[in-house]
Design a protein around this ligand. Structure first.
Ligand SMILES: Nc1ncnc2c1ncn2[C@@H]1O[C@H](COP(=O)(O)OP(=O)(O)OP(=O)(O)O)[C@@H](O)[C@H]1O
Ligand SMILES: [Mg+2]
Length: 469
């Protein structure tokens, strides 16, 4: 096969490869092996220009396997002979002793001084953008003909086209990935009933889409919700905005730097995340508001039935006393709400509640009586705590009004039950007619606390309420 034929074959093969594959590395590898064949050289080096780093990076070789290079040789345009060709955007040819040329740059892991000649050409796109450079080398001195220079330039032009294709493909692929990630998020946000689930999906998709080692959603109060994975050298943060207000931040970590494309993708995800977060919160607010209305209605009904009960009492009632007792009952209910608001918890600590009611009643009805209390740690839901507050208020009020001077309050756990006992050293309950107070206690213990009430006899009075914890 004569040289002309070899050259033509090389050019055809390169064009074919460029048009049939989107894999840039494949084209570069083909060029690096075929060019030395066609031009009868000993080696070929193909460098791509990394625009971000401003460096030419060795990507394919023939003669020196690239795997053996522990660190890929890099150089700036203008540096070394190949770099000079790139900077000048023109071929550079040296027939012999290339390593003695002042432009020569020695790479410790490239045995370049074994080559005498070099022909280096830039890889330029049609509009003149630098995409890389490639060279061929021979061990013996050798000059390259004009045809050979032309051929290498033609090959370089094909490589440039291949690089353009690969870039377009990578960009299209990035868009596809982005759309897929956003579709996954929309799906998760629509499908899950719970805010937690959507946000978890958002954080997980963020990690996948960005190839991050970790991601998290930081809420506006600074709390970190839904952390996934681990932190790394580089972090990227994207605020979540809702109607112009920042409501949180989406954070991702990665071992490698983040670029504009990643930032754009994260911004799109953050828009979805903000919608999911606000939507979830609105649902939550609705549920919460409903629950509060429900509780308020229940408590007002309780107050109404307490007043009705009192109004229907057969006994002659002292209006002032009746009003005072009613006020205490309403305040007992209020104490539960007060604790619920202060603690921001779902449950009420009974020790806190009893303490509060005790000081309120001792101050109001007290008459200088001593009330000692020993209270175990027990918590109840808001509704049951309200019932217990009313029960306790009635029983303590009775002890203060009708009982002895020494009053003890005890709250203990016993075999899965809670026991509340109020005792005093007064005349005792024996034979006393039940009034409104004790009827309220009986009804609440039975219906709300699902427990039992026993009024003990002995030294003084002892009322004991037992209900399941
Ligand atoms: N700790 C106690 N020591 C002595 N007698 C008591 C004690 N607790 C209740 N009693 C008696 O039981 C009666 C009924 O109590 P109850 O609480 O039902 O009605 P009240 O206290 O009289 O009025 P109110 O309905 O306003 O509470 C009381 O009138 C009182 O005679
Ligand atoms: Mg009473």
């Amino acid at each position: 096969m004569d040289a002309r034929e070899r050259h033509l074959r090389l050019l055809t093969e390169t064009i074919e490869a460029v048009n049939s594959t989107l894999d840039l590395q494949e084209v570069l590898a083909l060029v690096a092996t075929k060019v030395p064949d066609a031009l009868a050289t000993d080696a070929c080096f193909v460098y791509l220009y990394d625009e971000r780093a401003g460096e030419l990076v060795l990507r394919a070789t023939h003669g020196t396997p690239i795997d053996e290079l522990s660190r890929r040789p890099r150089m700036r345009p203008g540096e070394g002979i190949t770099g000079s060709a790139a900077a000048a955007r023109a071929p550079v040819m040296l027939e012999s002793a290339a390593h003695l040329d002042p432009r020569f740059k020695n790479f410790p892991n490239l045995p370049e001084d074994e080559y005498q000649s070099i022909l280096a050409v830039p890889i330029l796109t049609r509009d003149g953008t630098l995409e890389g450079a490639l060279n061929v080398r021979t061990r013996d001195p050798r000059s390259f003909s004009e045809d050979e220079v032309e051929l290498l330039l033609a090959i370089a032009a094909q490589v440039a086209q291949s690089i353009e294709h690969a870039k377009l493909y990578a960009e299209a692929q990035r868009r596809v990935n982005e759309l897929e990630a956003l579709a996954r998020i929309s799906e998760a946000v629509q499908d899950s009933l719970y805010l937690e689930e959507s946000l978890e999906a958002i954080v997980k998709t963020t990690m996948e889409a960005l190839g991050a080692t970790g991601a998290a959603l930081v809420l506006d109060d600074g709390s970190i919700a839904w952390p996934e994975g681990v932190a790394a050298a580089y972090a990227i943060r994207q605020p979540l905005r809702w109607r112009g207000r920042q409501i949180g931040e989406l954070v991702a970590d990665r071992d490698t730097q983040f670029f504009d494309g990643d930032r754009e993708l994260l911004a799109s995800i953050a828009t979805h995340a903000a919608v999911a977060l606000e939507h979830g919160r609105a649902v939550l607010r609705g549920v919460l508001a409903q629950e509060i209305h429900h509780r308020v209605k229940n408590n007002l009904q309780t107050v109404a039935s307490l007043l009705r009960l009192q109004a229907r009492s057969e006994e002659a009632i002292d209006p002032r006393e009746a009003l005072e007792h009613s006020v205490n009952r309403i305040l007992a209910i209020a104490a539960v709400h007060e604790l619920l608001t202060e603690r921001r918890e779902e449950d009420v600590q009974l020790a806190d509640l009893i303490d509060r009611l005790r000081s309120m009643l001792v101050q109001g009805v007290g008459g200088g009586k001593a009330v000692t209390a020993s209270l175990a740690e027990v918590s109840l839901s808001g509704a049951r705590a309200t019932a217990l507050a009313l029960v306790f208020a009635e029983l303590l009020q009775n002890a203060l009004e009708h009982g002895g001077d020494a009053i003890t309050v005890e709250l203990v756990r016993r075999d899965g039950d809670v026991v509340l006992a109020i005792a005093d050293d007064g005349p005792g309950l024996l034979g006393a007619a039940a009034g409104t107070g004790l009827s309220i206690v009986r009804a609440l213990v039975r219906d709300e606390l699902r427990g039992s009430l026993s009024l003990g006899e002995g030294r003084g009075a002892r009322a004991e309420v037992v209900f399941p914890a």
